[in-house]
Design a protein around this ligand. Sequence first.
Ligand SMILES: Cc1cc2nc3c(=O)[nH]c(=O)nc-3n(C[C@H](O)[C@H](O)[C@H](O)COP(=O)(O)OP(=O)(O)OC[C@H]3O[C@@H](n4cnc5c(N)ncnc54)[C@H](O)[C@@H]3O)c2cc1C
Ligand code: FES
Ligand code: FES
Length: 484
Amino acid sequence: MENRNKIITTLNSKRIEIEGENAFMPLANYLRGNECLTGTKVVCAEGDCGACTVLLARDIGPDGKLNFKAVNSCIIPLYLIDGAQVVTVEGLKKSDTELHPVQNAMVDCHGAQCGYCTPGFICSMAALTEDAKTENVAITEKKAKNYLTGNLCRCTGYKPIIEAAMSIDLSKTELLKDRFHNPQWLSEMKKIKSTPLLMTFNQKTIYLPVNLEDALIAKNKNPDLRLIAGSTDLGVVINKGKLSTPKAMALYHIEELKKITHDDLEMTVGATATFSEFEYYVEKLNPELKKILHIFASPQIKNQGTLVGNVVNASPIADTIPFLMAQDAKVVLKSINGERTVLMSDFYTGYKTLNILPDEIVVALKIPHSKKEENLKLFKVSIRKDLDISAVTFAGVMEVELGKIKKANFALGGIAATVVRMKSIEAGIVGASFTRKTFEDIAMNIPNLISPLSDVRASKEYRLKLAQNFFLKFYDEVSKENNL
Ligand SMILES: Cc1cc2nc3c(=O)[nH]c(=O)nc-3n(C[C@H](O)[C@H](O)[C@H](O)COP(=O)(O)OP(=O)(O)OC[C@H]3O[C@@H](n4cnc5c(N)ncnc54)[C@H](O)[C@@H]3O)c2cc1C
Ligand code: FES
Ligand code: FES
């Protein structure tokens, strides 16, 4: 199949083609520098403040319309918007004399002072109205705060902004997916996604294959081809100048890798499924996991970042790894030589080093369901509840039968170079009585088992105390819920 050598995308209502070096620049820089769409601001350039928020529709929903989500344009390279549609704060107004209801609400409720954060808030609120209207639910204070977790304001104060969000009259709001519905563009989008893209400029390369076979061949021929999923980790590292733009391959045009499915035994999460899609999927399937995903990052990051990216990024404080380890999840790796699966607890060989061969790609994660008789508990402690990096994380899976511990799986994050499965604790308590004393003994022994570091986020002593307390909290919650 012949490759394309230019990105084709739509910006507000304008179809654009991007060639050459521009393909590798962050979307925010392109909007401001090349399209004069300076409403989009850049403050932190690392996904934290939300000033650069825009709406991005990569997929067509079941209703045949575009599915707009808020994302941080400062960390998204342009090659991740091929075949997608972007709407910026400028594109929200209906005409030069008619603002979007969100924009009116911000004016009426005095939601801006210096105005620097305002376009980002407006785009996040537009995403909120899009979802609330589609789901036919009211915008409550809680819902507004959840959607605005990823936007920081340093001068207005949040009260008028939240009031603005709650004052939006959904009956007068036209959905963006209706306003920007363009059957001609939708059919072109499908064509774009079925033609591979290959662009090179000096040392930079981006390849967007449209089937897995081509992706595996490319990785075999060029083992240094770096996989890029949502760019919420890589984009930050590149913006900070700690990594030059790598030769990259992104898999989001490969339909089979987007899927999340489950059968009686396990859930399979494809390599490019986003956190938002995963969180939605597990809402009923695994409420404990949903609780942790709810406080993971911000909506913008979850709309872009992937579970597989979190696993391969291999941070010792990644929020999902303790759960995946304790749940005995498996990483599914593919190369042209075939497929193999690796248990999460065998996937990390040291700080950011992995059990993965140079020609392999992670295609999915397989996560066994919790059994009815098992108790799953996931804890995260960070300085702030929302949008903050963990100090220590914990996952525990336990089965108790007739007062005795039948199965115990524990994983701790933030206490070593990798997330660690606490196998010596597990081996020591299987068969023991399920009593507080058993867990107090574990807590007492923790300083002999782990030796966390002190850093800006937490001291060694604090991390030890948290790890000890997590085991007591685990006992207290499980015993209370099960009347044990
Ligand atoms: C503001 C902000 C808040 C955050 N909050 C949290 C948080 O609360 N908790 C948390 O755990 N993390 C958090 N993160 C980190 C980040 O969002 C996650 O780690 C996310 O899951 C990364 O996914 P991604 O798709 O963006 O990965 P990318 O940045 O695209 O890639 C990450 C790594 O995975 C590799 N990779 C991607 N796909 C594949 C594949 N198919 N095969 C092999 N390798 C692959 C890449 O080469 C790279 O090394 C935050 C980040 C930001 C910027
Ligand atoms: S500029 Fe702060 S999130 Fe993008
Ligand atoms: S209005 Fe000034 S930062 Fe929000």
